[in-house]
Design a protein around this ligand. Structure first.
Ligand code: MV4
Length: 520
């Protein structure tokens, strides 16, 4: 087993990997940019190395600086987390060349899955259904026209080096094909350094359902069931669940076996996720892409299967056999996760950097909060503004929804805007409760919201609360706290607070403070 693991990441996922290291008795080594010198993941490690200026390209994406830190610390292995270099084959190869273990699949498996066209060819070889379309790069407009006509419009143009919704465009009719092809081709070249583009037929209102797989170096490959990730905003997942509300054990088995065949086709090792589009109408699923990393939403699978995916990643990377077999995997109850962002949902999800002045995460039965921050921390503009993942477990989906409602109401963050109020509305939405989830969920939800209007009608959407009113609310909250505290206390308290009361009454604050105020 490893003695020391360097974590080439930051934020909540670095904290998650540190926790797995502690559970295994392995010393975690942190790295940090100049902006993160005081970050939680640094404070939680025994040892930490500065790897450069705040900009990601100069720090968390700096392969040479990371390898230098790993060597200096005498680490045996590197865990990449997700994002940054997690799916970078060059990094995986550089780690191996430095004589260290990369906690993840081989560079070769990453390369095959990195190109969406070669991933589609791998799926065909594994006899897994893919979305109808091409598996070789398009050679030009004439070929694109022929194939699109065969597939039938609408079609989707996608960049082979893209993925996760980056570099794709829907084409409704042949008249739009020429300009769409030019746009996607030049965007692909600019964004990914590859102009390769392919075609897919559009799946109408699909669900995004993905299968967690796990493989060891001795040829054991298992699946841990599905996650439903259809609720997305601008191709970013917002809420994830396990199991999918449309799950039945037959579908799970068929998708799970398909995912295992794909993993075997590329000699996969470690944790991986096979994404499918699923049509409620036909109940067919189609391979979309494979993510060769631990995913943000892994906690919902952990809550339902009871398996620690990060610990298993480390075990497998150290050469151990998987600690469980397929028949040991049991799915119990339901889990739901919300990604909490430092963004203002009342202002088009604009980033809300700044100091977290107050933080009270929820707790209690079935609650898990994977956070990368504490009170007093600064949310900077340099990185993804996700500050935590709130995940809950319940014995049924209905119980999980009750718990996540309660947990979201308990969750209090001061100093910055967060997406918590947005989630409080979603988890009360009828369509969400009914499990009617597909790619159009968020836009339909936003339409419903506009019809109903804001939750608190006295405060129009986007309206600013003056700083005076905020201060008044703070004083009122303090007064209410003092009163409650005095009433609960056995100690004698002179009832001589009249100056405060008078001042509060004069200020028109003789009311209960709003219980959902985000600012404290
Ligand atoms: C699609 C699609 C419909 N047909 N491909 C791919 C990456 C993902 N983030 C969005 N992707 C889609 N690919 C074909 N052939 C629809 C989407 C899609 C989507 C998929 C799942 C969940 C939300 C989505 C929102 C917009 C588009």
């Amino acid at each position: 087993m490893f003695r020391k693991i360097l974590i080439a990441n930051r934020g909540e996922i670095a904290v998650r990997v540190i926790r797995a290291c502690r559970d295994l008795g392995i010393a975690p080594v942190a790295v940090f940019s100049e902006a993160d010198a005081n970050a939680l993941h640094v404070r939680m490690s025994d040892e930490a190395y500065c790897i450069g200026p705040p900009t990601s390209t100069q720090s968390y994406l700096n392969i040479a600086a990371l390898i230098t830190a790993a060597k200096k610390s005498n680490a045996d292995a590197i865990h990449p987390g997700y994002g940054f270099l997690a799916e970078n084959a060059e990094f995986a190869a550089a780690v191996a060349v430095a004589g260290l273990t990369f906690i993840g699949p081989t560079a070769e498996a990453m390369q095959v899955m990195g190109s969406k066209t070669s991933a589609r060819r791998a799926a065909i070889a594994a006899e897994v259904p893919i979305v109808p379309g091409t598996t070789e790069p398009l050679k030009g407009l004439a070929e694109a026209r022929d194939i699109a006509a065969q597939l039938g419009y609408p079609v989707m143009l996608k960049a082979a080096a893209g993925g996760g919704g980056k570099g794709m465009r829907q084409v409704a009719a042949e008249g739009e094909l020429h300009s769409a092809l030019e746009t996607v081709t030049s965007e692909a070249q600019a964004a990914f350094g590859s102009a390769e583009v392919y075609l897919e037929k559009v799946v109408d209102r699909p669900r995004h359902i993905e299968i967690q797989i796990f493989a060891d170096t001795q040829g054991h490959v298992v699946h841990l069931g599905e996650r439903e990730c259809s609720i997305q905003r601008r191709h970013q997942k917002v809420i994830e669940e396990c199991p999918s509300p449309i799950n039945d054990s037959d579908l799970r088995q068929r998708m799970g076996e398909a995912a295992i065949r794909i993993a075997r086709a590329v000699n996969y090792v470690g944790a991986g996720t096979v994404e499918f589009l699923f049509s409620d109408v036909s109940r067919e699923f189609y391979f979309l892409e494979m993510n060769t990393r631990l995913q943000v939403e892994h906690p919902v699978t952990e809550l339902v299967t009871g398996i620690d995916l990060v610990r298993e990643q480390i075990n497998v990377a150290a050469g151990a056999v998987l600690s469980f077999r397929q028949e040991d995997v049991r799915w119990l109850g339901a889990a739901i996760e919300c990604r909490v962002y430092a963004e203002d949902p009342e202002n088009r999800f604009f980033p809300s950097p700044g100091k977290i002045t107050f933080l009270r995460p929820p707790s209690g039965p079935g609650i898990r909060d994977d956070s990368g921050v504490t009170a007093g921390d600064e949310v900077s503009i340099y990185y993804d503004p996700m500050i935590s993942k709130l995940a809950v477990w319940g014995s049924t989906r209905a119980e999980a929804i009750d718990r996540i409602r309660r947990a979201l109401d308990e969750y209090a963050v001061g100093g910055i805007k967060t997406t918590l109020p947005f989630f409080r509305e979603i988890v009360r939405d009828e369509e969400f409760i009914a499990g009617h989830l597909d790619t159009g969920f968020i836009s339909r939800f936003n339409e419903r919201r506009q019809e109903i209007g804001p939750e608190r009608p006295q405060l129009a959407r986007g309206a600013q609360v003056s700083s005076l009113r905020q201060d008044m609310a703070l004083i009122a909250a303090a007064l209410s706290y003092m009163r409650a505290h005095r009433e609960a206390s056995r100690d004698y308290q002179p009832r001589d607070q009249s100056k405060w009361k008078l001042a509060a009454r004069a200020a028109g604050l003789n009311r209960e403070p709003g219980r959902r105020s985000e600012r404290r």
